[in-house]
Design a protein around this ligand. Structure first.
Ligand SMILES: NC(=O)C1=CN([C@@H]2O[C@H](COP(=O)(O)OP(=O)(O)OC[C@H]3O[C@@H](n4cnc5c(N)ncnc54)[C@H](OP(=O)(O)O)[C@@H]3O)[C@@H](O)[C@H]2O)C=CC1
Ligand SMILES: Nc1nc(=O)c2c([nH]1)NC[C@@H]1CN(c3ccc(C(=O)N[C@@H](CCC(=O)O)C(=O)O)cc3)C=[N+]21
Length: 297
């Protein structure tokens, strides 16, 4: 049976480290780090995520703010809001919760964010730095997975890694980070997606598989080799009238069938999700520490 990569335990540890660092700054007379979340509309999942982020901030001693905008806001209106936040003193970072309503061009909004406050690491400048190995904000989910591999001492050097999914916020940056020089990194990465012919051919050769496609129970036992490491990013709400909530959360991995064959595996929930949240805090602390150093010059 596989060992569990416990994202809850790790994220608690990371949050404690962040909290300790904040206390040190505050004891030296500095203000607290400040993160803001911008939420457009009332998508139920987005509301939950944003509320969790606010709770996380409180837990580590950050100041947090939530700006809620109507679903009907225009692209120009949202650009104006982003422009205001870019100029707000004492605001270290902010995120624009995705997805945005369909009438708004997501790329245009992301590009309008001041890269120095882009704690999601989504701005093209930060994406470029990430790809080149220049210090920057890393997108929280891939960053969380790198941190998880590192803290569990799972080496990626020379390993065959297959990433399933090529999205802007997960699969694509994940594939780049793992192929970068360094530890974790130095892996041989194959990025597969919906146009890939014969995904099992690739996954069967993989030492490490990262699933980020959003298809419940996509990865089956016969698609992996014995002893591989399985990281499941997917989270899909699946209707289930027998459960109290009316749904359950499913990963992209068929956990009962895959886990006996794997050496390490992340659960859903309790795996990658909590790490994502912890890394957003880490990015905010990084933005803050750069700001404090600038002021002291
Ligand atoms: N745990 C966490 O912290 C996070 C979890 N998530 C979850 O991870 C999942 C993926 O999210 P995200 O990356 O944003 O999703 P996207 O929908 O943006 O991207 C999905 C990717 O998977 C590919 N894909 C879809 N179906 C298949 C298939 N049947 N076979 C092969 N490839 C396929 C798509 O291919 P193509 O490019 O060709 O369309 C695309 O590249 C979701 O369940 C999401 O909820 C997301 C962010 C954070
Ligand atoms: N600007 C922006 N930045 C994001 O980082 C971003 C986003 N938009 N839009 C949506 C995705 C998704 N995402 C998740 C974060 C945490 C969990 C998480 O904590 N999951 C828990 C379960 C939570 C639950 O119970 O619903 C777990 O896996 O244990 C999940 C998903 C961040 N995203």
């Amino acid at each position: 049976m596989a060992n569990i990569l416990d994202g809850i335990k790790l994220s608690k540890q990371i949050k404690q480290e962040i909290k300790d660092e904040v206390i040190q700054y505050v004891n030296q007379g500095y203000r607290r780090p400040h993160l803001l979340a911008l939420l457009v509309g009332e998508n139920a999942a987005s509301v939950t995520y944003v509320n969790n982020k606010i709770k996380d901030c409180q837990a580590v001693g950050f100041k947090s703010s939530l700006v809620k905008l109507k679903n009907t806001i225009t692209e120009e209106g949202l650009l104006k809001e982003v422009g205001k936040l870019n100029e707000t003193d004492g605001l270290d970072g902010f995120i624009v919760q995705l997805p945005l309503p369909k009438h708004i061009n997501q790329e245009r909004i992301i590009t309008a964010i001041n890269p120095d406050k882009d704690v999601d690491g989504f701005h093209p400048v930060n994406f470029g730095k990430m790809a080149l190995g220049i210090e920057s904000f890393l997108p929280a989910t891939p960053y969380g997975i790198m941190e998880m591999l590192s803290r569990y001492k799972i080496s990626t050097e020379g390993k065959q890694v297959v990433v399933i999914g090529r999205s802007r916020i997960v699969g694509r940056p994940m594939s780049i980070l793992l192929s970068r020089k360094g530890n974790p990194g130095d892996a041989t990465v194959t990025l597969v997606h919906s146009k890939t012919v014969d995904i099992p051919k690739h996954t069967r050769n993989a030492d490490i598989i990262i699933t980020a496609l959003g298809v419940p129970q996509f990865l089956k036992a016969d698609m992996i080799k014995q002893g591989s490491v399985i990281i499941d990013v997917g989270i899909t709400k699946v209707e289930d009238f027998t459960s109290e909530k009316g749904y359950y959360l499913s990963g992209d991995v068929d956990f009962p069938e895959v886990s006996p064959k794997a050496s390490w595996i992340t659960p859903v929930p309790g795996g990658v999700g909590p790490m994502t949240r912890a890394m957003l805090l880490k990015n905010t602390l990084f933005a803050y520490s750069k700001e404090i150093k600038k002021q002291n010059k």
